[in-house]
Structures are given as structure tokens and as C-alpha cells.
Design a protein around this ligand. Structure first.
Ligand code: SAM
Length: 474
């Protein structure tokens, strides 16, 4: 049963049709959709079954889309070029490519972020600094890292346990230009004018996901909606100084309640110097105007689109001669020449990166963003920055799982062991297995994509897949 107060609150909102809305919630199974990781999918390979087969048909995105069982009908998501609806929900846990970061399971409506960014950022998408403020578990962050391939992405989550899930998902995705932080939105205020783009996918009452989560209906209340609205306004206000003049703020929720959506936009327009941006709302997406100040917003209703409930508004910050913060102390410990040589002999550092040390761990980070990282370190709690390569022990480099998952990993100096699906699942479960291969460090791969490390010794195999990530289900 949908809460009557929710239905009442939507009377008069553009696009709302009570009968159709209720019917769309009545036992309708929501769509399952995935978004591809275009860099990893480009490395995808299927083993040849036929000598005369053209190799080009067996590698890359087209091969993945043609051959992955879940994509048999591969209907694209209209507002995101990397998004696909699946004809049924497969067991993602038992698909090694899911663990390899080949795709992310994401609700289709929220992929509209891609279209909004493409419409709002008409100059370059490179060389920007982007903040995803409410980021766990990482759906928007992984989309952003695909969209902004040559920009710096800061992905923040305030709740500690959820920040760890965010780190896990971003490691699987494998981008090198990402910093994960664990801070309250108010901590960003000191970074005046630092970010070109800020995404606030705000915590909300969750009515947009009622079809996916039956518990959400029980937990919904008018009081909770009011509380969420206050918190949403506080989050936007707290982070606002960190947005550059002329910068873009994208605000979104998965709630249908006007007080969490259009009313928040009214408060932004009233209190903060800004304007909203009108977007092209295709394929059943409904454009709304905030009641007081006419700010543009975009609603996704399940009776009008193939997706769940969602709201998004794009806000441009006005110019007001605010100063910007940049520069910081040189904080980073640099590995010794010997350590760097040991690391580079094992896996050469990518061009345009530099090495720094955090405790015993050696990391790679894009040189272009060194100063920005120094600034971030001064103000925020950094959970992960760039790619953790590993530790030097004696004359050896002990590789970290993150470098195995890095999208840009140069595999030419690494021994790769190619697994069948059954072997890949044994590896991901950390179960006993027989592997033929060269002694020493091996990169476990499945259909061209890395799963993690294993070390083959004369009398045993050591599985380095992170214990806490292993598959527990049979
Ligand atoms: N953007 C995420 C994604 O696409 O996967 C989903 C974000 S979820 C809608 C909202 C997030 O905000 C949650 O991870 C939640 O822990 C976090 N959050 C909760 N309270 C918050 C607060 N006061 N300030 C900032 N974030 C908060």
C-alpha cells in the first residue's frame, strides 16, 4: 500500500497521474539495468570457437554486448550511452565479469546524470575537478569516472562503513584519477571555489525505490520527509562555498516528495546566487518548475519511463568574486630510489604519474593533480588516492589488489593466467584450485579482464583475492 500522505503531496505536480502511478506500483517487477565500464570492456575477449572467426568479433564492447548472456536483448537506456536494460535479473555474484568491474548494476533513471552532464558541460570535460559528495555505494561515482576520464574526481561518503563499500566498488572500477574521502559536507567549505562540478545525490526518504524495496514503504513517514528536506538544504548550503563561480551543481534524490525536490531548488535559488539550467527532457521524463522561483527540475515517474522514481536539477553558480583555494604543503613521503626501482621493475609506472608513500604502501597518482591532492590532504580525511601499487619487502614488490584492477594497467611485463568461468569462480571464492602456470606472481584473468593476484609456488598456490570480498554464496 502506498502511503496516502505521499499521494496527496503529489497532487498538482506536473506529470503525476494518481491512477497510473498506483498501477505502476501494483506488483510490477522493476527493470534491472547495468552500465558498462567502457575502458575495461574494450579489453574484453571471448575465446575463439572457430578458426575462421574474425578476431575483431571476439574483443571489445561489441563482443561483450553480443555475447554476454544477460544482454541477450540489449535494449539501451535512452539517456546514457553505456546503459542497458537486462531482460531478466541474472546472478551477478556468479558472473566473474561483475567482480572484474566490467559493469555496474545501476537503476536506469539515475543514469540520467550522463545526459545532464553532457548537456550542461559544453566546453571541455577534461582538466576539471569534480566532487561526488554523497557517493556510497558508488553508482554515480563510477558513472562520473567514465564521463570525466581526464579530470580529477573526489568521491566522498560521510558514513565510515559505507565509505569502505565505496572504496571496494571504486577499486573494482579501476580509475586512477580518483580520491575517496570520508568527511562531513561541512568540511568541504574550507576548499573555497575548488570544484568545477559538484554532484549531490542526497540522502532522501526513498519513495522512488518503493518497487525495489518493500521495507522502504514501511519506513516512510511525513516526519522523515520533513527531516530529509532540512538535511538536504543543510548539505547543499554546507558545500556551496567549495563550488567555483560559474560551476555546476547537480542535485538529485530518489524521492517523489516535492519538499525534497522542487522546494529544495527554491531554497537554493533564494539563498544562494544561482540559476537552474533547462535540459532536454526526452523519453517520458517530465520537466517541472519549482513553485516559488520557477527553477527547472526533471522527474522520473515509473508510469512514464522505464525506470524508478528520481528527481534531478542542474544549478549554475553565479559569479561573485569569491577567492579560490589552491596549493598546500608538501606532505607526501616519496619512496627511496631503490624502492621506486624495485616497483618499476615489477610493473612500470604509467607515464604522467608520480609515486608517493602512505605508511608502507606505495601509490601512483596523476602528476597533473599533485597540487590538488596536496590541498585535499590538508582539509580532508583521505581513504584512498590514486592506485595503491603495493609494498616493498626486501627486494620484492608485494602488489596490492588495486593495481590488478587498474584500468590502465600495462600487462606486458606481467604473467597472466587465463581462467575458465569455473576456475574464476573458485578463485573468487578463495577455494582450493589447481593452476598450471609460471612460478611467481600471476595476474588471474577472465575473458581478458583481471580479477586479482595469485602467487604460484613449487608446492602450493597463494590466492591474494581480498578475503572480505570473496564470494560466499554457492
Ligand atoms: N550516490 C550514491 C550512488 O549513486 O551510489 C547513492 C547515494 S545515497 C542516495 C545518499 C548517501 O548520502 C548515502 O550513502 C548516505 O550514507 C549519505 N549521507 C547520509 N547522511 C548524510 C549527510 N548528512 N551528509 C552527506 N551524506 C549523507
Amino acid at each position: 500500500m502506498l502511503p496516502s500522505e505521499l499521494l496527496e503531496s503529489m497532487h498538482g505536480v506536473v506529470g503525476y497521474d494518481e491512477k497510473a502511478f498506483i498501477a505502476a506500483h501494483d506488483g510490477v517487477v522493476p527493470h534491472t539495468s547495468i552500465r558498462l565500464n567502457q575502458v575495461k570492456i574494450a579489453q574484453y575477449q571471448i575465446p575463439s570457437t572457430n578458426q575462421s572467426e574474425d578476431k575483431n568479433d571476439r574483443v571489445g564492447t561489441a563482443a561483450f554486448v553480443q555475447t554476454h548472456p544477460a544482454l541477450a536483448e540489449h535494449k539501451p537506456v535512452p539517456w546514457c550511452p553505456l546503459g542497458y536494460y537486462l531482460h531478466q535479473r541474472p546472478s551477478f555474484t556468479h558472473d566473474p565479469l561483475f567482480h572484474a568491474g566490467a559493469y555496474y548494476v545501476q537503476e536506469a533513471s539515475s543514469m540520467f546524470l550522463w545526459s545532464a552532464l553532457a548537456q550542461c558541460i559544453t566546453t571541455t570535460v577534461d582538466g576539471l575537478i569534480v566532487l561526488d559528495l554523497c557517493a556510497a555505494p558508488g553508482g554515480k561515482t563510477t558513472l562520473l569516472s567514465s564521463f570525466f576520464q581526464k579530470s580529477l574526481l573526489v568521491s566522498n561518503e560521510v558514513i565510515k562503513s559505507r565509505a569502505s563499500i565505496l572504496v571496494e566498488n571504486t577499486i573494482k572500477w579501476g580509475s586512477g584519477h580518483l580520491v575517496v574521502t570520508n568527511n562531513d559536507p561541512s568540511h568541504f567549505a574550507a576548499l573555497t571555489g575548488f570544484f568545477d562540478v559538484i554532484i549531490i545525490d542526497a540522502p532522501c526518504s526513498g519513495s522512488g525505490l518503493f518497487r525495489k524495496d518493500a521495507n522502504a514503504v514501511q519506513e516512510w513517514s511525513v516526519e522523515q520527509v520533513a527531516l530529509c528536506s532540512k538535511r538536504q538544504i543543510r548539505i547543499v548550503t554546507d558545500v556551496w562555498p567549495a563550488l567555483k563561480e560559474g560551476g555546476l551543481l547537480i542535485y538529485s534524490t530518489c524521492s517523489f516528495s516535492p519538499v525534497e525536490n522542487e522546494a529544495v531548488v527554491d531554497t537554493i535559488l533564494e539563498a544562494l546566487p544561482s540559476t537552474t539550467i533547462q535540459l532536454n527532457a526526452q523519453s517520458g521524463i517530465v520537466e517541472t518548475l519549482s513553485p516559488q522561483l520557477g527553477g527547472y527540475g526533471y522527474r522520473f515517474y515509473p508510469h512514464l519511463v522505464d525506470g524508478e522514481g528520481f528527481y534531478m536539477a542542474a544549478v549554475r553558480k553565479a559569479n561573485s568574486n569569491q577567492p579560490t583555494v589552491m596549493g598546500g604543503n608538501k606532505f607526501m613521503a616519496i619512496p627511496s630510489k631503490q624502492e621506486a626501482a624495485i616497483c618499476n621493475a615489477f610493473i612500470p609506472m604509467p607515464a604522467d604519474y608520480f609515486m608517493f608513500k602512505q605508511g608502507q604502501e606505495i601509490n601512483w597518482f596523476p602528476l597533473q593533480w599533485k597540487e590538488a591532492l596536496e590541498t585535499l590532504v590538508q582539509h580532508l580525511y583521505i581513504k584512498n588516492a590514486g592506485i595503491t601499487l603495493g609494498e616493498v619487502k626486501g627486494k620484492d614488490c608485494i602488489p596490492h589488489h588495486q593495481v590488478a584492477m587498474y584500468q590502465g594497467l600495462d600487462k606486458s611485463s606481467i604473467v597472466c593466467t587465463h581462467f575458465s568461468k569455473d576456475q574464476a569462480l573458485l578463485y573468487l571464492k578463495r577455494q582450493e584450485m589447481q593452476v598450471e602456470g609460471a612460478h611467481g606472481w600471476n595476474l588471474a584473468c577472465y575473458q581478458g579482464l583481471a580479477l586479482g593476484w595469485l602467487k604460484i609456488l613449487p608446492n602450493r598456490i597463494n590466492n591474494y583475492y581480498p578475503t572480505s570480498w570473496r564470494i560466499l554464496k554457492d
